[in-house]
Write a protein that binds this ligand. Structure first.
Ligand code: V55
Ligand code: FE
Length: 489
């Protein structure tokens, strides 16, 4: 590995850490609950080679690594491996970076031509006994869940026509179906969205294409028991800008947002578009559900502009991170009514990485968790990740409006996105498993995996697992129980 620029993108917690490793019998402080038996898979973007041109969005196109923190019989181990994408293999063969800016192939070196550009760095998705590493700009890579060996690009055995599959999928807890979509599905800067349903048997049952109102960054979507919801926020891509070597995304404060809704087993011709506020943006969505009156409620981590500072900068938007006006927002619509605008209610604080129990996906839910910034922190947050600051407060929200519970970290510490592990005991809310980073010097960090009682987060971790190696900031994770793993395809 060559030298990376001395830039915050590559320093501190963001220091490239490209070593693969396996470490067993990790030190455990406390007792790992019997429910926590399985694997916490983590997607970790990690640039393997120094860039050959300046790219403010470089974090998003760092090569995917997959981490697995395995829990068995009260013990824990960790594995970390590269996803052997075609792109990573081509760069490894060349011994240097070949791919230019984030999602702009016009900036690549000639040797990169024709090579799949995706980095598979965003979400490990488990479905029908398969583990997929997903990234919204391409098709996923399939990974062996036991060895973390990369098995190749995955297209549902030749069935998928879309060039892309999102990193945010929804699994229906009743039917076991996987719902997903791909955007820019028919090529760079296209408005084409592919809406797909995969059966519990892992077969692609349906793929339908429709046009979004404009080519937008569609990072996440939601389902309810009867509907599929496609939110569109005005962060857009234009081909001529890419051809000129520019940025993939520009955010527009003066453009409308939209919420598309259709029966989830219906035809895309039934899609109905509700208008949302201008200029807003959301990366992660908590849930959507129908009430007894037939209204659809869609709960999301919304902000008044794009949350990524490099996208605002490229768009000439002079808002600082603390000026974003974020909130957990509920958009309510009547899919059968005559009104065609969303009604927004603020139901929670600013923050991101919303988590719900998998069993409540698409259904009314009592409680949820998310990360945010501690308003009472003394000192700066830990620098790192794509928005330059890491979260340091874990919240449990009572969706009926009761008081939230909080777990605050000491200064110099931060959370990565937790996964939820259900409990066998009825009435127990289960466990949250999350990596906590602690800064111990200008360039030194320690990492632990914490297990927290999901209903009593304020009590702190019941177990802390020491990770004796460096970890880069994670994007998303996925919990796969030991029983699910036994059924691996
Ligand atoms: C996000 C992350 C991405 C990406 C687009 O969290 C959006 C938001 C790690 O890659 O490509
Ligand atoms: Fe995401």
């Amino acid at each position: 590995m060559g030298a990376f620029p001395r830039h915050p993108k590559y320093l501190g917690l963001n220091t490239p850490q490209s070593e693969e490793y396996t470490v067993g019998d990790l030190a455990v402080d406390g007792v790992i609950p019997a429910d926590v038996e399985g694997v916490f898979f983590r997607a970790v973007p990690n640039p393997a080679y120094p860039p050959f041109l300046e790219d403010s969005a470089a974090f998003l196109s760092a090569d995917g690594m997959i981490g697995a923190i395995r829990f068995a019989g009260g013990k824990a181990s960790i594995d970390l491996r590269w996803v052997q994408t075609a792109r990573h293999r081509a760069e490894t063969a060349a011994g240097r970076a070949l791919f230019g800016k984030y999602r702009n192939p016009f900036t690549d070196r000639p040797e990169a031509r024709g090579v799949d550009r995706t980095v598979a760095n965003t979400t490990p998705v488990w479905h029908a006994g398969r583990l997929l590493m997903c990234k919204e700009d391409g098709r996923p890579y399939r990974i062996d869940p036991r060895t973390l060996e990369t098995l190749g690009s995955f297209d549902f055995d030749g069935a998928l026509k879309s060039e892309t599959m999102t990193a945010h999928v929804r699994v229906d807890p009743g039917t076991g179906e996987l719902f997903f979509y791909g955007y820019e599905a028919s090529g760079l800067a296209s408005k084409t969205v592919a809406y797909c349903v995969v059966g519990a048997d892992g077969k692609l049952k349906s793929e339908q294409w429709f046009d979004a109102p404009y080519c937008a960054m569609m990072h996440d979507f939601t389902i309810t028991e009867r509907y599929a919801l496609f939110p569109i926020y005005p962060t857009t891509c234009e081909l001529d800008r890419l051809e000129a070597g520019g940025d993939h995304w520009i955010h527009h404060q003066d453009m409308d947002s939209w919420l598309g809704i259709m029966p989830r087993y219906g035809d895309v011709s039934e899609l109905r578009w509700f208008k949302g506020p201008k200029g807003v943006s959301c990366y992660h969505m908590m849930n959507a559900w129908e009430d007894e009156r037939g209204l659809v409620h869609f709960d999301q981590c919304l902000s008044d502009s794009n949350a990524f500072p490099f996208i605002r900068q490229a768009s000439g938007i002079a808002l600082q991170q603390w000026e974003l006006n974020g909130r957990l927002a509920r958009w309510t619509i009547d899919p059968k009514g005559t009104d065609d605008t969303v009604v927004e209610t603020v139901i929670g604080p600013p923050g991101d990485f919303p988590v719900i129990p998998a069993a409540r996906q698409g259904r009314p839910y009592d409680h949820a968790w998310m990360l945010t910034m501690n308003p009472d922190r003394r000192g700066p947050p830990v620098f790192g990740g794509p928005v330059d600051a890491m979260f340091d407060l874990l919240l449990r929200l009572d969706m009926a409006g009761g008081p939230p519970q909080a777990l605050a970290l000491d200064p110099g510490m931060c959370f990565n996105e937790p996964v939820h592990v259900p409990a066998r005991e009825a009435g127990h809310e289960g466990w949250l498993v999350t990596v906590v980073d602690r800064q111990t010097g200008p360039e030194s960090f320690e990492h632990e995996c914490w297990i927290v009682d999901a209903g009593k987060i304020a009590a702190g971790p019941v177990a802390r697992v020491g990770i004796p190696r460096r970890l880069r900031p994670q994007v998303h994770g996925w919990w796969v129980s030991a029983r699910q793993l036994e059924g691996a395809a």
